[in-house]
Design a protein around this ligand. Structure first.
Ligand SMILES: [Zn+2]
Ligand SMILES: [Zn+2]
Length: 375
């Protein structure tokens, strides 16, 4: 993977004006990262630089990496004589629009985008980093480090960090003084490139590489079925929520369903509420389980739930979803109130089958899952 490799945008060849030093936007670099590097290269405070580009706009009190309104993109473009689309691609709006099917309102949580929790210029989190990437020439912050499904660096195979390794405070490079390197912690001045590294194996990154591809190509696989990107991400989000709920509640049927899928001893803390607010290592382990569910396909997943006695009500757990795939799974599950039977199975919630029948079905299911994973 060389320095010209990119997933989300190629960067810019050159910035024409107006400052003496004009770093180019690097491949996959976040807009804020480029603004910070440009300010520091010219020896000026970031507030001074953005005050010149956008007089009167308090850019650092908002999440400019998530969305920069067209008016401000045009003003930046005019100032630097660079195509505004190049800067727009350095924000998370195009990625979010791809995974949601449309651009979301500014004042709400965006699924799969790590929130920075901006309060004035302070932040509570939202930016991850790879120490080895920051140790390379021209350290900068990347689009992928704001995406919830990215938990490890594909180049170095290290788990990403989501806060300073020394003081455990959030990463806030926009508040660094110009004399500081962009890879320094704002609070304790430790260099983040010196953070300890945790090697992960390539298999554990299967979900994130798959999610990257779905966001880029606009569709993904659920088993062997191709589904649109918004449906795939809604499904993965719902499965993440279902699995963490199973761990949290210790529900017998939910745990049994996960064991049927081959997920046991899951390293997900009981306090996990939503993937956007979860720690990087929590998401890393959770997504390995989600990866298994998605790869096994709809029918195998339904069978695993049915054999464990899961009803549509307990599966949905009062949640709503835009995912057609999730609704199809829920509709195929028995209803607790009506004792509805799934067409390919005959477990009745009102009249449980004998243990030997359930065990027979479980063995048959495991054989199907094994066959599906070997195909
Ligand atoms: Zn790296
Ligand atoms: Zn620190």
């Amino acid at each position: 993977m060389d320095s010209t490799f990119y997933k989300w945008h190629p960067g810019t060849a050159i910035v024409a004006r107006p400052w003496p030093f004009r770093p180019k936007l690097l491949p996959d670099e976040l807009l804020s990262s480029w603004l910070i590097r440009t300010a520091h290269a010219n020896g000026c405070d970031i507030m001074t630089l953005t005050g010149l580009i956008w007089p009167g706009w308090r850019v650092w009190t908002r999440d400019v990496d998530r969305h920069c309104p067209p008016r401000y993109l045009n003003e930046l473009s005019t100032t630097c004589d660079v195509d505004p689309h190049a800067f727009e691609k350095a924000t998370l709006s195009p990625v979010s629009a791809s995974i949601c099917g449309h651009l979301l309102p500014e004042k709400q949580l965006w699924p799969w985008i790590l929130p920075i929790g901006a309060r004035n210029r302070l932040r509570t989190g939202g930016l991850q980093y790879c120490p080895a990437c920051l140790a390379e020439d021209s350290p900068h912050y990347r689009i992928g480090w704001r995406l919830a499904w990215n938990t490890a660096c594909p180049k170095h195979e290290y788990l990403l960090h989501d806060r300073c390794h020394h003081c455990s405070l959030p990463i806030e490079p926009h508040r660094l003084e110009p004399i500081k390197n962009i890879s320094c912690c704002t609070y304790c001045e430790s260099n983040l490139k010196d953070a300890p590294t945790v090697k992960v194996n390539a298999d554990s990154m299967s979900f994130q590489s798959q999610a990257d591809m779905v966001a880029i190509t606009g569709s993904g696989l659920f088993g062997k079925d191709s589904i649109p990107a918004p449906d795939w991400f809604s499904l993965a989000w719902f499965m993440s929520s279902y699995i963490s709920m199973a761990v949290k509640r210790r529900s017998k049927s939910m745990i049994q369903a996960l064991e049927n899928i081959g997920i046991s001893n899951l390293l997900v803390p009981e306090s996990l509420h939503s993937i956007e607010f979860a720690r990087t290592d929590e998401r890393h382990y959770l997504f390995q389980a989600v990866d298994k569910c998605i790869k096994m396909g709809k029918q195998c997943f339904i069978d695993a739930l049915v054999v464990a006695g899961t009803t549509s009500n307990s599966f949905m757990n009062g949640k709503s979803t835009n995912s057609l795939a999730v609704l199809e799974i829920a509709n195929a599950l028995p209803s607790a109130s009506r004792g509805h039977r799934h067409e390919s199975d005959s477990i009745s919630i009102n009249h449980p089958n004998p243990r030997y029948v359930v065990e027979k079905r479980r063995i048959r299911l495991l054989q199907r899952i094994k066959a599906a994973s070997n195909e």
